[in-house]
Every structure is written in structure tokens, then in C-alpha cells.
Design a protein around this ligand. Structure first.
Ligand SMILES: [Zn+2]
Length: 293
């Protein structure tokens, strides 16, 4: 798939649910940070690095229609980054996610629920909009209830030197202040068929999302496994605050995903937005099969 085609939307049905992946285009991540302790010759075969050691990554959000509700999972980088952040992050300057969402038939005013798996700027950027003249921050999805884990928000508020660069308070604090964002105290079914589960590792408050309909399950796995390359349990990102917990949670999630034939949806995959995993009998490795788009 060429860069130009990398915007989606891609559609699939899951039982009675309609799924759509719409990207906030792509950005760059440092290859070392993206693949952690995995030696470069191994990851570079899959994800070729540029002269600055950066690899291209997707910003894939998942939009779900189920039982009359409209749900947006993850909202990309948004348009509040300054020029330096845009340049360093290799963020595509065409900030047109909401326009393409409208072109795909989704009215932001009709979105019922927005779920952020965590609050890094590349996961909640379009939660809010900054007025170009007044600087006022407003909700991009004015009627929606937003959900994130309280633990994640508390860590974001700490502005710890390890990762404060990843947190942009304008993406969430105004929503918490206005009461539009609910701070969850653990896993929960948010709507019939839409459940969040806590899978700490990347951050303490990371949550994944399960979508269930008519016996089928899709999993928005978020930064527990940002791409299909990260299906190997030991391929953990350097960004992860608790890498050993990431490995444990990957084993748990992969085992269920293979057994129950989950459709895995990847946040940062620049090649395959979704697919299935299967456990290889002899090696115990998890093999990936892309789903058609
Ligand atoms: Zn991420």
C-alpha cells in the first residue's frame, strides 16, 4: 500500500457491528524506541528506518456502529502540536482527520462515545479543538461521553520527566473539568458489546477495547501491541514504562485472541490495520494473517 493510500477508511462487519478504521495519516517514531531491545537488524527487515533511524507508523482510529450507538476509539495526533513537535514527530501536515471523517459519513456531533486507551498525544489529539484566534478549547465531539482510566489521567497530571513530552493537557483536562470525560476505575462494559479492560505495561493506566457482536469479537489492542510486528511477546516498545508487565499481558491477550478468533485492530501498524492470530503448534509462536481491507 503506498503512502498516498494510507488514509482509509477501511470497513468490515463484525456480527451486527459496523467497523471502520480511519487514520489520522502517519507519523515517524524512532526505530529504537519503537522496538525496544530488539536488535535493529531484526526489526529493520520489516520496518525500514530512514537516515535518522525513524520508521513510519500509522495513527489508526476505529469507529464502531453497534446497537444504534456511534463509538470512536482513539483520536490520533490532532492539530494542536506546534511546528517543532510536528517536524520532530514527522507528523503529516495535512490535518484533515475530521474532514475525512465527515466524508465517510460520520458527523462528529452524532458520536455517542469516545474511548482513549491512554492519554499520549498520538492517541487523543482530536478529542478537542483549539480555536485559532481565541485559543479556546472545545470538545471535537460535543455530545459524546469520553472515557479513560483514572490512573492514566493521574499519571499524565504528574508530568513526570520520563514521559511528560507525551502528554498534552489540552487534549483531556478541559474535558475532565467540564465533566464530559469519565475517569474509569478499572475494566467495565461501557455499552452493550463494548468493554474496556486494563492491560498495563506501556503505561500503568492503558486499557484495551473489546467489541462483541453475535459471537464475534474484535480487539482494539492499542499500545500493548502497536503493530503486527509486536505480536512476538518479547518485542516490547522502548517507550513502555513496565516492559515485563507488557510481556505478561501480551501472553494473556494473545492466548485469548487465538482461541476465540478475535479480529485484532492495530493502532500504529502502517501495513495492516487488522487481522487474526493463530498459535503455531510446534513453536508456540503466534502467527499473523491480515484480514482483507
Ligand atoms: Zn501510541
Amino acid at each position: 500500500m503506498t503512502e498516498l493510500e494510507w488514509t482509509g477508511p477501511w470497513h468490515r462487519r463484525l456480527g451486527a457491528a459496523e467497523l471502520m478504521v480511519l487514520t489520522d495519516r502517519t507519523y515517524h517514531l524512532d526505530g529504537g524506541a519503537f522496538f525496544g531491545v530488539v536488535p535493529k537488524p531484526l526489526w529493520n527487515r520489516h520496518a525500514p528506518a530512514d537516515e535518522q533511524n525513524r520508521v513510519r507508523a500509522g495513527l489508526n482510529s476505529l469507529i464502531v456502529r453497534l446497537n444504534g450507538a456511534l463509538i470512536v476509539i482513539e483520536t490520533g495526533c490532532g492539530n494542536k502540536l506546534n511546528e517543532k513537535q510536528m517536524r520532530n514527530g514527522g507528523v503529516d501536515p495535512r490535518r484533515d482527520y475530521l474532514k475525512r471523517m465527515a466524508a465517510a459519513g460520520i458527523d462528529p456531533g452524532r458520536v455517542d462515545v469516545v474511548i482513549n486507551t491512554h492519554l499520549h498525544y498520538d492517541h487523543c489529539g482530536w478529542n478537542t479543538l483549539r480555536h485559532p484566534e481565541t485559543g479556546a478549547i472545545t470538545a471535537a465531539f460535543p455530545q459524546a461521553r469520553y472515557y479513560v482510566q483514572r490512573r492514566e489521567w493521574e499519571h499524565a497530571r504528574e508530568q513526570h520527566e520520563r514521559d511528560r513530552v507525551s502528554y498534552l493537557p489540552e487534549n483531556y483536562d478541559p474535558l475532565v473539568r467540564s465533566g464530559q470525560m469519565t475517569l474509569l476505575e478499572g475494566g467495565r462494559e461501557l455499552l452493550p458489546g463494548i468493554t474496556v479492560e486494563c492491560w498495563p505495561g506501556h503505561t500503568r493506566g492503558l486499557q484495551g477495547v473489546l467489541i462483541r457482536s453475535q459471537g464475534q469479537t474484535a480487539c482494539y489492542v492499542s499500545d500493548l501491541m502497536p503493530t503486527h510486528w509486536h505480536l512476538k511477546p518479547s518485542w516490547v516498545m522502548g517507550f513502555d514504562l513496565y516492559p515485563l508487565e507488557s510481556i505478561d499481558n501480551k501472553h494473556r491477550v494473545l492466548e485469548r485472541a487465538a482461541r476465540e478468533h478475535w479480529l485484532m485492530v492495530f493502532t500504529h501498524d502502517p501495513e495492516h490495520v487488522w487481522g487474526y492470530v493463530e498459535r503455531h503448534g510446534a513453536s508456540g509462536e503466534y502467527l499473523f494473517t491480515p484480514a482483507s481491507t
